[in-house]
Ligand binder design. Structure first.
Ligand code: HEC
Ligand code: HEC
Ligand code: HEC
Ligand code: HEC
Ligand code: HEC
Length: 497
């Protein structure tokens, strides 16, 4: 049988096309095997090598495979002989000429086809698997995905693969994502992509197929105490607290209420927005578990063309759009590092000067890193020469922390700067929850969606020295969400001022 295969190869190699095919197939096969061995043994880890292994060589292999029959066809035309004749012609042994030849030939071809298919199958499974690795998604086209890769690696989902949120399950989702991937390769090659990459991501699968594979929507979260730390602009950057008790889930008996009410099994919120951007709502409708239905219209957008509207059922991503690509706001970023003790608070005006160093728009990252250092050092050298020399190491350490903040959040090559992407949790201006919870969306009776300050949280302090300043009078009427004294004491124990 092997003899026959060799004969076939020898025969087909008579034509130029056939020869090219044989060489391409064999050599790409051998290279692939070697590269794969290198990858498996850990000799090569670079994502680009993987890209070549799994894209270029299989392509060459397939081209080679296509050339071989073409060469055979050419040979047949040139010699005017049939396939069987061509193969038989070179067979020397007698048994080959026996009646069985036909079926043996068939078997030979079948066998090698099976081998080829198996080989291709294994390679393509490997290829899909490799392309599903977060490292591939995050680093194969470095400039483009670097912002997502950087933010992802520092998020609660750093161990969740990109594809678990971006592709979801099922062959259809996989196929769509690969089609999309081809377009992405084209747009990266020819520089056609938008900077920054626009959101919302329209081809994102519904949360049911992604987030909810890990997060069970029925889970009861209760309420959650959160504290925000705000350091002041004054000389000793004094600390103020904002403390909220978030009413994430106050449901009773399986019913959802509170913030996660929107994802309760029996509740549904649908909406349409201007230009499908999910920012300015035209109408919002709510179906509650008791069967009641309300539609709230925004008078401001009432005249918007109705025919191009896309309706959307609200899911996790309408609030948790920054579940993993978390960009910080400059103030919050500095506050957080100060609170972690990464920068020495005894440096005068540290908060104010830190912001002054990281906020401006710089030409590129290397200029920014230099300017950040210059800005902070100059300030101390000019105004506090003693501090500048005595606390040089603290100042240098602060410079490094500020540079890290900058590198994480600002990506000039993708036009990403402060505020390019923002989260929908909370409310800055009219964003986040206030896209719907506001006075301009009203139902037929003129009633707006509730936007009381205590609908979603109790406010225990708002930029106060005492993190529980308002505990007591303001919140005493909230019987469903009691804030007990022990919480206050526990808080003070864990965050001593
Ligand atoms: C926990 C789920 C999750 C994981 C894991 C995840 N993403 Fe995302 N990604 C999202 C969500 C949600 C959005 C925003 C969708 C929206 O607003 O429509 C997003 C947006 C994006 C965007 C658009 C730009 C932006 O920042 O909004 C890109 C590009 C992207 N992701 C790439 C990646 C890459 C690459 C990885 C892996 C390194 C990854 N994602 C991992 C959930 C995820
Ligand atoms: C493959 C599983 C997986 C998928 C898919 C997933 N998550 Fe998560 N998520 C986790 C895990 C695990 C954690 C907990 C991480 C920790 O606490 O260390 C988490 C944490 C969270 C948190 C809490 C974050 C915090 O600050 O503590 C939120 C909110 C969240 N996920 C939302 C989402 C959303 C929205 C999606 C879909 C876009 C999603 N997750 C998809 C596994 C997943
Ligand atoms: C109406 C907006 C909204 C929707 C829709 C929503 N969430 Fe949340 N979720 C919140 C808010 C607000 C918080 C608390 C604030 C925070 O963690 O920063 C929260 C908290 C969480 C937490 C963290 C709880 C904790 O103890 O820290 C998880 C996990 C979570 N949500 C998952 C989900 C998943 C999964 C979905 C979709 C099935 C979803 N959420 C839908 C607004 C929403
Ligand atoms: C797309 C519009 C939309 C967005 C965005 C939105 N909500 Fe809602 N929310 C609604 C609607 C509609 C209702 C029900 C109003 C009604 O029936 O009176 C509701 C109800 C609520 C309720 C009361 C639930 C109950 O128990 O009755 C809370 C709490 C709430 N939302 C919190 C939030 C928070 C927090 C956010 C932001 C993280 C948010 N919502 C974002 C549309 C929205
Ligand atoms: C529809 C729900 C909802 C309503 C209504 C609402 N908030 Fe909030 N608020 C939130 C959520 C969610 C957060 C963010 C929590 C987080 O950061 O995890 C927040 C955050 C805040 C913060 C902290 C901001 C920070 O980072 O320092 C303050 C202060 C605040 N709200 C005050 C108010 C006031 C005052 C009102 C009434 C005008 C109000 N809220 C109405 C949901 C709501």
């Amino acid at each position: 049988m092997f003899v026959k295969y060799l004969n076939f190869i020898r025969r087909v190699s008579v034509t130029g096309i056939g020869k090219t095919g044989v060489i391409l197939t064999t050599s790409s096969f051998i290279t692939l095997v070697l590269l794969e061995l290198a990858r498996l043994t850990g000799t090569i880890t670079n994502a680009y090598v993987g890209l070549v292994t799994y894209l270029l060589f299989p392509l060459l292999f397939i081209i080679g495979l296509l050339l071989i029959p073409l060469g055979w066809y050419r040979l047949k035309k040139k010699t005017g002989k049939s396939t069987a004749e061509l193969l038989e012609e070179t067979f020397e042994s007698d048994d080959v000429k026996s009646a069985l030849t036909g079926s043996k030939l068939f078997r030979t071809i079948a066998l090698f086809s099976v081998i080829n298919i198996l080989f291709l199958g294994v390679i393509s499974v490997q290829m899909l698997g490799f392309m599903d690795e977060s490292r591939f998604c995050g680093t194969a086209c470095h400039d483009v995905m670097n912002p997502e890769w950087v933010t992802y690696q520092q998020s609660p989902h750093a161990r969740v693969a990109c594809v678990q949120c971006h592709v979801g399950e099922g062959a259809g989702a996989l196929f769509n994502s690969k089609l999309n991937g081809i377009w992405q390769i084209v747009s990266v090659t020819f520089n056609l992509y938008e900077r920054p990459i626009p959101t919302p991501v329209r081809q994102l699968r519904p949360a049911r197929e992604t987030c909810e594979k890990c997060h069970w929507p029925e889970k009861f979260y209760g309420s959650r105490l959160i504290t925000r730390y705000h350091y002041g602009d004054n000389e000793n950057s004094s600390l103020l607290y904002t403390t909220l008790n978030l009413k994430i889930d106050a449901g009773k008996g399986g019913e959802k209420a509170g913030i996660h009410w929107h994802i309760g099994r029996a509740n549904e919120v649908r909406y349409t927005s201007v230009d499908d951007e999910r920012e300015h709502m035209i109408w919002v409708e709510a179906r509650r578990s008791d069967g009641s239905y309300h539609r709230f219209y925004n008078r401001e957008w009432a005249a918007h063309r109705a025919e191009d509207l896309v309706e959307r059922a609200m899911d996790c991503v309408d609030c948790h759009n920054r579940a993993t690509h978390i960009y910080e706001d400059p103030e919050q970023a500095v506050d957080e590092r100060l609170h972690k003790g990464l920068m020495e608070l005894s440096l005068p005006y540290l908060k104010r000067e830190a912001l002054r160093a990281i906020k401006p728009g710089y030409a590129d990252t290397s200029a920014a890193l230099e300017e950040i250092a210059r800005s902070l050092r100059n300030f101390y050298e000019r105004n506090y020469p003693e501090t500048a020399s005595q606390k040089k190491t603290s100042i240098d350490a602060a410079v490094e922390v500020l540079r890290d903040i900058y590198r994480r959040n600002i990506h000039p090559q993708m036009n990403i700067t402060w505020g390019s992407y923002f989260g929908h949790i909370g409310h800055r201006g009219n964003t986040g929850c206030f896209r719907c919870h506001n006075s301009s969306l009203v139902d037929s009776t003129g009633t707006a969606i509730n936007y009381d300050c205590t609908l979603c949280h109790s406010i225990l302090s708002n930029r106060e020295k005492d993190p529980f300043k308002y505990l007591g009078p303001i919140n005493t009427d909230e019987k469903d969400y009691p804030m007990h004294q022990y919480l206050r004491d526990e808080f003070l124990r864990s965050f001593p001022r």
